[in-house]
Design a protein around this ligand. Structure first.
Ligand SMILES: [Zn+2]
Length: 260
């Protein structure tokens, strides 16, 4: 069974395409879509996907790109969504030095969401662009004990990854992160212990930071299968063992159940 540990179903421009992805998923053994909100305006759509399809796991959060213009009640709203959705995580959150939003503001919003994840005992899906050492500092200082977190679409250094792993991180690779420099990404993936590895599409963002022109339903499955194929190559395990391991890691990350 395949799991997509980071996707934005609500951002797929065509609702029919989205339907087709979910229905194709049944044939293609995709058992889980971890759907990340990015701002209060899309949380309702994420909640609806999860209510209509039990394979969709909702995550609610404020992405650093949207940290600059939040409604004043965003924090209380986030609490409400988490209370109403006991299986939901907190995401997509994080820090991004490539975007124009004031970095101090991003950090403040990130901090508050880490606090809320700790208080509700929910996992965190973290976006990190050119901000790995800042993320590391924040996590070292304020990650509540036993809080699970994943770094999505990882594209940092090996050294930084080791530090994140020491803090308990799950490291997730997307098609995009793997395409940028396939050989280097595979080398990076080799350094992630098999019990900390996650895989994702980050669909429909098939191009860095934006919805790609090629974001259609067939591309979705090509992307999902593509990351699994590259991971199989990197880890040197057979398909079945890889799928099993990633599924188990996903479960441990989402539910906190100890990986067995
Ligand atoms: Zn994302």
């Amino acid at each position: 069974m395949l799991t997509d540990m980071h996707v934005h179903l609500q951002d797929i421009p065509d609702p029919l395409m989205c339907k087709s992805i979910l229905s194709l998923g049944q044939d293609l053994r995709t058992g889980q879509f971890v759907c990340n909100g990015t701002r209060p305006e899309d949380w309702q759509a994420v909640e609806k996907f999860a209510a209509e399809d039990r394979r969709v796991v909702p995550f609610f959060g404020v992405h650093p790109w949207y940290a600059g213009k939040l409604p004043s009640d965003w924090y209380g709203l986030l609490e409400d969504f988490l209370k109403r959705n006991p299986k939901a995580g907190v995401g997509e959150v994080g820090l991004d030095k490539a975007c124009p939003v004031d970095f101090a503001r991003q950090t403040e919003v990130f901090h508050r969401q880490i606090e809320i994840a700790g208080r509700f005992a929910r996992p965190l899906s973290i976006h990190c662009v050119r901000a790995a050492s800042a993320i590391l500092n924040v996590l070292k200082r304020s990650l509540p004990p036993n809080t699970r977190f994943m770094i999505h679409s990882y594209q940092g250094s090996k050294e930084m990854m080791r530090e994140l792993l020491n803090l308990g991180a799950y490291i997730s690779f997307s098609w995009k992160s793997l395409q940028r420099d396939t050989e280097e990404s595979i080398a990076l993936m080799r350094n992630v212990p098999l019990d900390r590895l996650l895989l994702e599409t980050d669909f429909p963002y098939t191009e860095p930071g934006r919805v790609g022109a090629d974001a259609h339903d067939e591309k979705y499955y090509e992307t999902l299968q593509g990351v699994y194929d590259l991971a199989e190559r990197a880890k040197g395990v057979d398909v079945e063992a890889l799928e099993k391991a990633v599924w188990k890691n996903g479960t441990a990350f989402l539910s906190g159940a100890p990986a067995r």
